[in-house]
Design a protein around this ligand. Structure first.
Ligand SMILES: [Zn+2]
Length: 242
């Protein structure tokens, strides 16, 4: 059997990339199959979803994002509502920190996002996509920058200007590449690798709106670290009406 997508251990199972819970089930959306040809990579026990709670946390952050498509909203109304009912930890994570905010002149709600947790799951996805694309492991550290977040500035929420610049800058890598993904309403990605320069750039789009850039290279990683996107990030939850 092959090796794990993250380490040298023997793979014992497969890991969905991104996590399967992001893709609506047939019972929630009978007319459309959102689970067509999901990407899987070989995984050892340690790197498999022993962290299903983290996957569900990612799901929660993604589907409550302000800029998403209606599929995300529907997923919220079915899957997330079920999770809220069934799992007490989910309520404390999501609802406890919910505060009313003004975004683009509209009243909505926001909650603080655990960026460390979010980044950990997004990083795994980036490593998984690289493995899927090139059939080998990416060894260097990957930094992820979620762009679908709003930051609190005074009483209003705004997008970070440096994030916008980064998104614009990443376009050069993907100028000649079509986005990949069999379920575009849920997930699309583009990947660029330059082994000579040691550069890996991945752009992911969840639910047509939540964008994430994953970067690996000494210089780029440093720039990402200096943008300050780690601190006090808040994710707007326009759909949430507790
Ligand atoms: Zn492993």
């Amino acid at each position: 059997m092959s090796k794990c997508y993250r380490c040298d251990a023997k793979a014992t199972s497969v890991e969905h990339v991104p996590p399967r819970c992001l893709f609506p089930e047939k019972k929630d959306v009978p007319k459309i199959d959102y689970r067509k040809n999901l990407i899987t990579v070989p995984s050892c026990i340690a790197h498999n979803s022993a962290r299903s709670h983290d996957d569900e946390y990612l799901l929660c952050v993604l589907v409550t994002s302000y800029e998403n498509n209606p599929v995300a909203r529907q997923h919220f109304e079915t899957k997330i509502i079920r999770l809220l009912r069934k799992k007490p930890w989910f309520q404390t994570t999501l609802l406890k920190f919910l505060t009313p905010v003004l975004l683009n002149g509209e009243e909505t709600a926001a909650f603080k996002v655990d960026m460390t947790r979010l980044r950990t799951v997004l990083e795994s996805i980036a490593y998984g996509l690289h493995f899927h694309a090139y059939k080998e492991r990416w060894i260097d550290k990957i930094k992820v920058i979620p762009l679908g977040m709003f930051k609190e500035e005074g009483a209003i929420f705004i997008r970070h200007p440096l994030e916008e610049a980064m998104l614009e800058g990443s376009k050069v890598f993907f100028a000649d590449k079509e986005p990949l993904g069999e379920n575009p309403d849920i997930f699309l990605y583009q990947i660029h690798r330059d082994l000579e320069k040691g550069v890996l750039v991945i752009k992911m789009v969840f639910y047509g709106g939540f964008e994430v850039i994953a970067l690996s290279s000494p210089q780029i990683a440093e720039t990402a670290a200096n943008t300050g996107v780690d601190t006090d990030a808040a994710n707007t939850a326009a759909q949430v009406t507790p």
